[in-house]
Design a protein around this ligand. Sequence first.
Ligand code: PEP
Length: 227
Amino acid sequence: MEKIIVANHKMNMTLQDTQEYIKVLKNASFKPIICPTSIYAKIFIDSGFETALQNVYFENKGAYTGEISPWQAKSLGVKYVIIGHSERREIFKEDNKQINKKIKKALENELKVILCIGETLEQRANYQTVLSKQITEGLKDIEDRIIIAYEPIWAIGTGIIPTNEEITETTKFIKSLFSYDVDVLYGGSVNKNNIEALKEVNVVSGYLIGGASIYAEELIKIGEVVS
Ligand code: PEP
């Protein structure tokens, strides 16, 4: 099955960067899901890309200055949303309760949810407890299928990645917590130099790529290796 490639741009590109990026990425032989900074979402949608938001709020409308709702995202043509990214959890203090509310609202609006989970280095020895809690509390009272992005926090933006054996073991553990065959993406320092080795991990359904994904040529290279 074709691997899912998710490109998380975070807050890194200007409008001009975005236009140049699209010119190059339009020629890719695979279909990445692009998570641009929200203000550029429409540009990607209009250029024919599957588009995700990096976050949404847990209400559809109202006096929530600065927030973007799943209802608004849907009206724009957004198909996916990342929820619970470790940067949202750490910097913006999002907890599993808020994440659960966001997932419910996103699903109500027919967005496909990519739930990010991951442990810190200190929690590594107890990763099962940490990941189970993120999944159980994040998905409380939710039956719909979602996608999981397993992103060890110590691997995000650090250039350090778990071994293939560790990714395999953790992915199998995550899958064991679901009643359906959940798609699990790996995320954390994926780039054009390590993707050949990473693609040997066949239990993962794809990759969530941050830093390397803002370079269209690099994203194309990664996509070509795995597709
Ligand atoms: C991320 O932030 O989701 C991520 C995977 O980042 P990076 O690829 O830069 O580690």
